[in-house]
Design a binder for this molecule. Structure first.
Ligand SMILES: [Mg+2]
Length: 159
């Protein structure tokens, strides 16, 4: 599923689809790259999903300090240096929280990290538009690849 921003998909809809575990991306999904600002509607989205008894974690390729500060802003566990698109960190949180890939949805702004990781682990995914045009150095390369047929292949999914 491809949407504009996180708040465009309601936690209710995810819940109806059987999702109980949401794995969020940080940079350009929760807050703009290089920025700690998290919009109120994003915070409210997280509070609502938690109230529905969904578990939420953030899985990011970012470094320790940014993860630590973000953890206090969004008030959910933030796992850093996840090395996405490797599904290893995702498998780890699935085991730790006790969820199956069927109950899990990855939400992020990048095809070659977030979506590819979700496909490799067999979870569903939601692709959001990046919050800002600024990207990290590695992401710039991936953004070029996102226009390729490989990206369309990764995106084409029954989930
Ligand atoms: Mg991102």
């Amino acid at each position: 599923m491809v949407i504009d921003k996180l708040s465009d998909i309601s936690p209710d809809l995810l819940y109806e689809k059987g999702i109980r575990f949401v794995v969020l991306d940080l940079d350009n999904t929760l807050s703009p790259y290089g920025d700690f600002n998290v919009e109120l509607e994003v915070k409210e989205w997280i509070v609502k999903a938690k109230k529905m008894n969904m578990d939420i974690v953030v899985l990011s390729n970012t470094w320790f300090l940014r993860a630590l500060i973000s953890r206090f802003i969004v008030n959910v566990p933030v796992y850093y240096m996840a090395l996405k698109p490797s599904p290893l960190a995702l498998w780890k949180v699935l085991i730790r929280y006790g969820y199956s890939p069927d109950e899990t949805c990855v939400i992020g702004d990048q095809i070659f990290t977030d979506v590819l990781m979700a496909r490799l682990a067999g979870t569903s995914f939601v692709l959001v538009k990046p919050l800002s045009r600024r990207d990290g150095p590695h992401t710039k390369m991936f953004r070029i690849l996102e226009r390729s047929f490989i990206a369309k292949k990764i995106l084409s999914s029954v989930k």
